[in-house]
Design a protein around this ligand. Structure first.
Ligand code: AKG
Ligand code: FE2
Length: 285
């Protein structure tokens, strides 16, 4: 049976969504950033994060296991930031946090960092469905360029406007797994990696949806300090690299502070910016 995008997605009740995701949003009252968010599902800002802030992080990141494969893939844990103040300072840069709040409508909680200097090669997806269902797009992620991003390095690709499509739902997506896949656990982590097992039908369903929408695929070819903030319904992927040139970026993910009761341990930095604390990271140096 061929699985279609419509089989995997739904439109959640409007009352559960952030203000800018509701149909009754007053377009005339929006700031320029908010208008871009509503129209495109992305906000791109050139030279947004100061070099000094990024240089501290880059120095720390560049010292992580040079000469090994870890150097390219980065810290293995999404909560590595707990032990890396230089990363937190970039991720919690107050003007960035202010901008995220302007888009989502509440203070944001930082809870996930991707520190690889290569593409994730993660196929087309929306981020929201990888989270618990109550997140309901109170969520945003930021792609921060740490250097010039080469077109052959496997850049971030996205479909502008696709955030207006229905929302993929974890439960619906998992319902098409085989029983073996539902019960399978990764021998190393002990975790069921359902998002990757689902790719065999999710990716073709999204590809067909993109094709039939006629919307173009764009790449974020950025310079150091440029950022792209994307909506948690935006279709995006880490494209396949065409060479082994490094893709130096930092990717940070946030949820509305009042929409993550699963992340109940948090801390605030000196500016009052919040991050989730899990205290189970492999602290590798
Ligand atoms: O490799 C990439 O740029 C994609 C990253 C991504 O999908 C994510 O951080 O949610
Ligand atoms: Fe993603």
């Amino acid at each position: 049976m061929k699985v279609k995008f419509e089989d995997l997605s739904e439109n959640p009740p409007e009352s559960l969504l952030p203000p800018l995701d509701r149909r009754d949003v007053n377009l005339a009252s929006l700031t320029e950033n908010q208008a871009s968010w509503v129209r495109d599902g992305v906000v791109i800002k050139k030279k947004f994060i100061p070099d000094e802030l990024l240089d501290d992080y880059i120095k720390r990141r560049a010292a992580f296991r040079p000469g090994t494969s870890w150097f390219k893939s980065g810290w293995p844990d999404g909560n590595c930031y707990e032990a890396i103040p230089e990363l937190r300072r970039a991720a919690l840069y107050p003007p960035l946090m202010e901008l995220l709040k302007e888009l989502i409508g509440e203070q944001m909680l930082f809870h996930l960092a991707l520190t690889g200097w290569i593409s994730t090669e993660r196929e087309w997806h929306q981020d929201d469905y990888l989270n618990p269902p109550f997140v309901n797009t109170w969520y945003a992620a930021v792609w921060i360029a740490l250097d010039t991003i080469h077109p052959d390095s496997g850049p971030f690709e996205y479909v502008r406007g696709s955030h207006q499509w229905p929302l993929l739902r974890g439960e619906k997506v998992r319902s098409f797994l085989t029983d073996e896949e539902k019960n399978r656990v990764d021998p190393v982590t002990g975790i069921n990696q359902w998002p990757s097992y689902c790719e065999r039908y999710v990716t073709p369903a999204i590809e067909e949806k993109i094709q039939s929408s006629g919307l173009p695929i764009e790449s974020f070819l950025a310079e150091k300090g440029d950022i792209l903030i994307w909506h948690s319904r935006l279709m995006h992927r880490g494209s396949r690299p065409k060479s082994d040139i490094l893709r130096k970026s930092l990717i940070t993910h946030y949820s509305g502070v009042d929409h993550r009761h699963d992340m109940f341990v948090t801390e605030a930095d000196e500016n009052g910016q919040r991050f989730a604390v899990f205290k189970n990271a492999l602290m590798l140096d």
